[in-house]
Design a protein. Structure first.
Length: 169
């Protein structure tokens, strides 16, 4: 731009009115072309920016959709997990209840009655039953000939009666 200005300044004193008018018209036309080119460039850049924005919006919508799908799957898994956990807890509680003495419902079953082989009571409850009801099985009323302690269960909850007072062990 500076070189064009220099050419015009240096050549101006030698130019005629018509030549200067031609330069002015050419300059005006050049400015109009430049303005049009700038307008086109602005429109092209705006269209490109709009296109990029639309692409970003599309990506965001896809990501949001994917996120919603994953959230839905996560919620479904959490519900299934919760239901399975509740079922397992219920089953565990049932198994724990099955392992409890049928008399006190507090201590684990730990004594096998002989000869009837009933395994439904803890030693404490059997000893208490014996003192009140005689030497018979609380289930079948058969005479008890012996008791067999389940050692793995007995280790976890020792009887409250001292071993020296246990007549059938």
């Amino acid at each position: 731009m500076a070189s064009v200005q220099r050419l015009v300044r240096e050549g101006m004193p030698l130019m005629t009115y018509e030549e200067l008018r031609g330069v002015r018209n050419a300059t005006k036309a050049l400015f109009e072309e430049i303005d049009m080119a700038m307008d086109n460039a602005r429109e092209t850049e705006a269209a490109a920016a709009e296109h990029r924005l639309e692409e970003q919006d599309t990506k965001i919508r896809w990501l949001e959709l994917g996120h919603a799908i994953f959230e839905e799957q996560k919620e479904g898994m959490e519900k299934r997990h919760s239901a399975e956990r509740q079922e397992l807890q219920r089953q565990l509680e049932e198994e724990r209840e099955k392992a409890l003495c049928l008399v006190c419902l507090e201590r684990p079953r730990n004594t096998l009655l002989l000869p009837c082989l009933h395994f439904q009571y803890c030693l404490d409850c059997l000893l208490q039953h014996r003192s009140c009801n005689g030497n018979t099985c609380p289930t079948c009323r058969r005479s008890i000939e012996g008791l067999c302690m389940a050692s793995s269960l007995a280790a976890s909850s020792p009887p409250t009666t001292p071993r020296a007072q246990q007549p059938y062990v």
